[in-house]
Design a protein around this ligand. Structure first.
Ligand SMILES: *Cc1c(COP(=O)(O)O)cnc(C)c1O
Ligand SMILES: [Zn+2]
Length: 414
């Protein structure tokens, strides 16, 4: 069934076979999956996609497998919500939330990339999968490795939130905490991948992994009634998701699934780890690596693998990037929760707060449709809001005490 020709270097166009490769041996450029678009065009249609199950594999012609998926078949097709309350609060006409905080099975958009990566790892004959993670990727690899009967190894900075750590170790995987930040973990994992021959989701099989992110974009387009979003704000860690949303929309236009696309991409980072937004704001075409210092651990990457291409994608779309402080991101989490009833993690708080900032700056117009990308779940990063919400008031279990409370007309803080 597959439409994958092989891998192709993004820089020099040299082609490679469908193997666990990710860098060009000639120019060191990144490799990307190369599809037979002419053949896909002959078989794909809106009706065909709509007739399929509501999961990310309804777009299977545009995903990097030769056969059917074997891991994570239920991932994706998360809600796109018309966010009228938040729209009113932000003073905009038309606002949507793409809500991957309820993705299956581990409540973040990383379930998408892992379904693609592990299904590909199986095709390539691996029996051990691994990753370097800022949190959510580890959760997704550990969970789906169980489902696919893989052995798994997860490498993470030791200072991650409890929800991310327990949300990995609960699956019985091998968890290795590293004393250091993600960039150090990732460097070490490149060496481990070479020596041990495991499939590292975000390293040696990264070209296949990254393609899974496109489904976040396909779904938004389909859920908007086969229309590309006019403006979309996306959180950035390695910078892959924002690139792949842009690519997804372009592919749909090229294949005739939508008319045209004029989507503008906006990147969101935390100020304590903002190599990409800093580059965009300064007009640089390359990032300068930084040492992350933010509570937004899931997007705290100081030397992003796709930094260069994410800057390019943002600029080519006519977009912009911004970053916000830890205090602002907490306000972003609370704003989304109190307007739309959605509890997102720190990365989502960053995205909401950056959207607000870009509106205030006039970078995003208030009278055109905007999509905010919510990519993870707040129950995994409780530490971020622990002291930032009212404590429940505690009374005895009798009606008099409750009546007294109602008369005071104020919520006590215990
Ligand atoms: C990993 C992650 C991102 C960013 O992903 P990249 O593709 O590396 O830019 C955004 N949000 C959350 C919650 C993540 O876990
Ligand atoms: Zn090359």
């Amino acid at each position: 069934m597959g439409f994958v020709k092989g891998l192709k270097c993004k820089e020099c166009d040299k082609t490679y076979p469908k193997k666990a490769l990710h860098v060009c041996s000639f120019c060191f450029g990144p490799l990307e999956v190369d599809y037979e678009y002419e053949e896909i065009k002959k078989v794909i249609s809106r009706e065909k996609i709509e007739s399929r199950q509501k999961n990310m594999w309804r777009y299977k012609e545009l995903l990097p497998l030769d056969g059917e998926p074997t891991v994570g078949m239920q991932v994706g097709y998360t809600p796109l919500i018309k966010a009228n309350n938040l729209a009113k609060k932000l003073g905009v006409d038309e606002l949507y939330i793409k809500n991957d905080s309820v993705n299956f099975p581990t409540f973040s958009f990383k379930d998408r990339v892992v379904s693609a990566a592990l299904s590909k790892a199986r095709e390539l004959g691996f029996d051990t999968v691994a990753c370097a993670t800022t949190g959510n990727l580890g959760n997704a690899v550990a969970s789906q490795a169980v489902q696919g009967n893989f052995e798994s190894y997860i490498f993470m900075p030791a200072n991650l939130e409890q929800g991310k750590v327990i949300g990995t170790s609960i699956y019985g995987t091998n968890v290795i905490g590293i004393d250091g930040n993600y960039d150090g973990v990732n460097r070490m994992c490149s060496e481990i991948a070479d020596k041990y021959g495991w499939a590292f989701a975000n390293i040696n099989i990264r070209p296949y992994y990254a393609e899974g992110s496109k489904t976040y974009g396909y779904e938004i387009v389909e859920q908007l009634g086969w229309k590309a979003p006019r403006h979309i704000v996306v959180p950035m860690a390695g910078g892959s998701l924002i690139i792949k949303i842009g690519k997804a929309i372009k592919e749909m236009a090229m294949l005739g699934l939508i008319d045209e696309s004029d989507t503008t991409l906006y990147g969101a980072q935390a100020s304590g780890s903002s190599p990409i937004s800093t580059a965009v704001k300064n007009g640089w075409d390359h990032i300068k690596p930084v040492k992350p210092d933010t509570i937004a651990h899931s997007i705290a990457i100081g030397n992003p693998a796709d930094g260069y291409y994410s800057i390019k994608a943002i600029n080519e779309s006519g977009g912009w990037a911004e970053d916000v402080s830890d205090e602002e991101l907490v306000e972003g989490i609370k704003l989304l929760a109190s307007t739309e009833g959605i509890f997102t993690e720190t990365a989502g708080g960053v995205t909401v707060a950056v959207t607000q900032k870009l509106l205030e700056q006039g970078r995003i117009p208030r009278d055109e449709a905007i999509v905010i990308s919510i990519t993870g779940n707040g129950l995994k990063t409780l530490e971020a809001v622990l002291d930032k919400v009212e404590k429940p008031c505690v009374i005895k279990a009798n009606i008099e005490e409750f009546n007294a409370l109602m008369e005071k007309k104020e919520i006590c803080t215990a």
